[in-house]
Write a protein that binds this ligand. Structure first.
Ligand code: CNA
Length: 250
């Protein structure tokens, strides 16, 4: 299977990597749905509740402040590094990620499409103001008061897409176009249950791409994939990378 993937990568004119929380577990950031994942310990604050109530905004900021250091102290792992290098070498066109941790960019990936936004910034819900997240997390930890926009005093929220919040239409359109026009689509470290992001592997298949799924657990899309590798991403991408580096290997 590793050989097959290396061959397809070599022969592909346009490869897209689509990643989920599973690519960052080896950097120490828990995913949502694995045992011990984030949803075992907390319930997400829905977007409408965040907008409607101060109590929900406090709970939101409490959860985000708890997770903040974990995200900020994390370093890219071999999976992120291999993808960044492949892009530099022309093996991979683009990374689309559901992750909000910024680790693809930290590894050197360029023009990453972040479908669910980024936890590295906060954004005002009422004007276009954005800024680095750390200052506002520190302020919340000190005061216990959810922060407001320094410009218009609207509520500040991480620049991520909460449950019930609209995705950025332009980002989603770009992702759809890339999925539909690539010839190899690698879906990695995602349970593929969160829509509309989980529709991208299907869009890739409809557009004629080969679909490869690399994930520890089975997914609902395994039956339509051209290749499924159930294993650790760091290990799998590392092995494929070794094959690609071997002259005449694939
Ligand atoms: P998920 O539903 O938690 O699925 C993760 C999948 O990855 C699971 O099926 C695991 O089996 C698999 N997995 C975990 N570790 C590995 C590994 N080392 N190698 C291979 N497979 C592994 O997460 P999704 O990304 O599918 O769900 C989308 C959500 C998760 C998005 O909204 C994200 O913003 C959100 N999320 C992001 C982060 C992050 O930014 N690092 C962390 C937690 C959740």
């Amino acid at each position: 299977m590793i050989d097959q993937l290396a061959t397809w990568l070599r022969n592909s004119q346009s490869t897209v990597a689509f990643t989920g929380a599973g690519i960052s577990t080896e950097s120490g950031i828990p995913d949502f749905r694995s045992p011990g994942g984030i949803w075992e310990n907390s319930t997400p604050v829905l977007f409408d509740d965040f907008v409607a109530s101060e109590a929900s905004r406090i709970e939101y900021w409490r959860q985000k402040s708890e997770a903040h250091r974990e995200y900020f102290d994390a370093k890219p792992n071999v999976g992120h590094q291999v993808l960044a290098r492949w892009q530099g070498e022309g093996i991979l066109d683009r990374v689309i990620t559901q992750n909000i941790d910024g680790l693809h960019q930290a590894a050197g990936s360029k023009d990453v499409l972040e479908i669910h936004g980024t936890a590295r910034e906060v954004a005002c819900l009422e004007c276009s103001w954005r800024g680095g997240a750390s200052r506002w997390v520190d302020e919340f930890i000190e005061t216990g008061v959810p922060p407001c926009c320094p410009g218009c005093h609207g509520p500040l929220k991480h620049a991520t897409i909460s449950f019930g919040q609209m995705l950025d239409a332009d980002t989603l359109r770009q992702c759809g176009r890339l999925a539909a026009s690539c010839d190899l689509f690698l879906a990695m470290g995602s349970s593929l249950v969160v829509h509309p992001a989980a529709g991208l592997p299907e869009a890739a298949k409809r557009g004629g791409a080969k679909l490869v799924i690399i994930n520890r657990c089975e997914t609902d899309f395994d039956s339509v994939a051209d290749l499924v590798i159930n294993g650790s991403l760091g290990e799998t991408l590392g092995q494929v990378d070794e094959l690609l580096k071997t002259p005449g290997g694939q």
